[in-house]
Ligand binder design. Sequence first.
Ligand code: ATP
Ligand code: MG
Length: 442
Amino acid sequence: MRLSRYFLPTLRETPKEAEIVSHRLMLRAGLIRQEAAGIYAWLPLGLRVLEKVNRIIREEQNRSGAIELLMPTIQSADLWRESGRYDAYGKEMLRIRDRQDREMLYGPTNEEMITEIFRAYVRSYKDLPLNLYHIQWKFRDEIRPRFGTMRSREFLMKDAYSFDLDRESARQSYNKMFVAYLRTFSRMGLKAIPMRADTGPIGGDLSHEFIILASTGESEVFGHADYLDFPVPSEDTNFDDHRALQNIVDRWTSLYAATSEMHDPAAFETVPADRRMSARGIEVGHIFYFGTKYSDPMGATVTGPDGQERPVHMGSYGIGPTRLVAAIIEASHDDQGIIWPAAVAPFDVAILNLKSGDAATDAASAELERAFAARGLDVLYDDREERPGAKFATADLIGVPWQVLVGPRSLAEGKVELKHRATGQRELVSLSEAPGRIVSGG
Ligand code: ATP
Ligand code: MG
């Protein structure tokens, strides 16, 4: 991609309305634009990151055995009357009337709709377990949308729904998602800690929020610092090995970790003082077993091996990709701008032609652009007629992991400079060597 022909509306000034660093940087780096309170357009650079985040989520959902579909954003009120939530949901639900005066709504979540789909097709335990997910826009009329896409009104959610014959197998489905979530956040360069969450009237211990630590987080969290060094389950984890998954979940729930709603100061006191961590956190995911809460009133039943019909046991599992983009920036930036973890970076490498219009730097930059592309790298070529200082500032702001500086002086010796955005380290390498030095993050 040539920057002169791209659409990258960066801002020099720090927008006044943005209170936290991720929101400021998302506006300044031209990732998003606010269109109404809590409603954002994703500009080309932001969309690239969002799609990389979604791809990681998909890969890990699929690996765990979940199956993707796509449900609509608009739902009928009648469906929600079946579960009793139409009246219960309150003002956060955006209610709409169509031209026939039918009551509709913009979905804040999809438990009712997935239950409706399930009951239309599935009758027998032999079709279980089943886990269906989609990545779709949601709308919640948040009383205080703020912090950009961190807490917006329209936001993207990956929501998965599991169906099992009984509580015991529902627990296995829950464990699969638990492990998939650990892998998902880790691949994005985040250290997410599962924290026990309130299960409401259902009880039990099958609800966890996945929290990343950040000083600007909205939740107050308490936990054992050892979690930060726990190894994340590997890519070859066998999701059909129930014992192995249970062991991973047991380990990741063995130490103290709680948000303020579930905090137990006495239990926290038993954590060794030097390992006691009390911090702010951002909820990036939430998993929940809720049994027959929807299947019972909505008549989603299956026949078991004994021939008896019973309501199916369900769980739901959410991740917020649009919130994650902001959370990743909160966790990875400096005074100059964003530092994307390689796996979610909008481009793998940026070429900075420090003297556009100069025959030698133009030719070398174009050659590098071709060589990087041939290696399957996403490359952004800053070919604008701008001062080097402006190019450095843009490249640092948008946070591409590698920069290749092509200037007349080093080029005279057949060299270009590689700069690693995260460490700031620079190194002169020969023009032919440069392409092989950069690896794609995803
Ligand atoms: P919160 O407690 O932050 O309001 P929630 O508990 O209402 O979130 P869930 O219903 O558990 O959210 O939604 C699943 C995921 O969707 C959350 O973990 C979060 O990543 C994302 N999410 C929820 N609300 C928003 C929002 N207003 N803006 C952006 N992402 C959101
Ligand atoms: Mg939640």
